[in-house]
Design a protein around this ligand. Structure first.
Ligand code: ADP
Ligand code: MG
Length: 245
């Protein structure tokens, strides 16, 4: 549960430096960011700007070099490895550009996998899997394997896997990056529906058309937030010169 009046996500002066072969890369520099429960935030910006690094930190896959990250009012730096793993499993759903489904597992088994790490009875797991796959329109492919599905279908299964555990926040890193425009639009429509039902979504994209699906866009350039804009789909369409009726 989120404390009343507090942000779901709170970043204060977060920096991330990677050290490789004597080279220092400042992937994030002094990032401040607050995300409320139920927000749909797009993170936009050119390649190398720090988008994936930011998402990895938000998802507790990586830690800042300096600065503070609070998730649900808890300081991430003070969590033990076991607590981080548990929060990742229960509170955070991930969707990646490359789907990351396991080829040897069926659609249903892929969606069930994160639930098996919890002490959840098998009957409840099966019900969650069924619900999540119905949610993304893939319940008719329970026993298929990823290779038997189109890219768009695989990404729908990956979204089902991410939401089956009913996470507090859904993190998506260029979820349409490997999809053609039709499949990309259908995954975007799915994210919009999930948001309308109350999900908190943070989506990385370098495609401005997709950023306009979100209600707020943070632009990252050279590891810094250079613009933080709020606007709805209507404003997005107007920017493109569409006549609104
Ligand atoms: P984006 O997702 O916006 O394309 P990234 O967050 O992946 O950007 O990368 C930001 C910068 O940090 C880039 O210069 C990238 O090369 C560097 N970087 C990212 N991950 C690592 C890493 N594990 N080791 C060294 N440098 C990294
Ligand atoms: Mg990236």
């Amino acid at each position: 549960m989120v404390k009343p009046g507090s942000s779901l996500i709170h970043l204060e002066g977060v920096s991330k430096v990677f050290y490789t072969d004597e080279v220092e890369t400042h992937a994030l520099a002094n990032v401040h960011l607050d995300v409320r429960e139920g927000e749909y935030l797009a993170i936009a910006g050119p390649s190398g700007g720090g988008k994936s690094t930011l998402l990895s930190i938000l998802g507790l896959l990586d830690s800042p070099t300096s600065g503070e990250y609070q998730l649900n009012g808890h300081a991430a730096a003070r969590l033990t490895a076991a607590q981080r793993a548990q929060i990742r499993n229960r509170e955070i759903g991930f969707v990646f550009q490359s789907f990351n489904l396991i080829g040897d597992l069926s659609v249903a088994e892929n969606v069930e996998l994160p639930l098996t790490y919890r002490k959840m009875p098998a009957a409840e797991r099966r019900q969650r899997v069924q619900e999540a796959l119905e949610r993304v329109g893939m319940a008719h492919r329970l026993n298929h394997f990823p290779a038997q599905l189109s890219g768009g279908q695989q990404q729908r299964v990956a979204v089902a896997r991410a939401i089956a555990g009913k996470p507090s926040v859904l993190l998506a890193d260029e979820p349409t990056g490997n999809l053609d425009s039709v499949n990309g639009e259908s995954v975007m429509a799915l994210l919009r529906e999930l948001h309308q039902e109350g999900a908190t979504i943070i989506m990385v994209t370098h495609d401005p058309r997709y950023a306009e699906h979100a209600e707020r866009t943070v632009h990252l350039f050279d590891g810094q937030i250079v613009r933080d804009e709020r606007g709805d789909a209507r404003a997005g369409l107007e920017r493109h010169g569409y006549e609104m009726i």
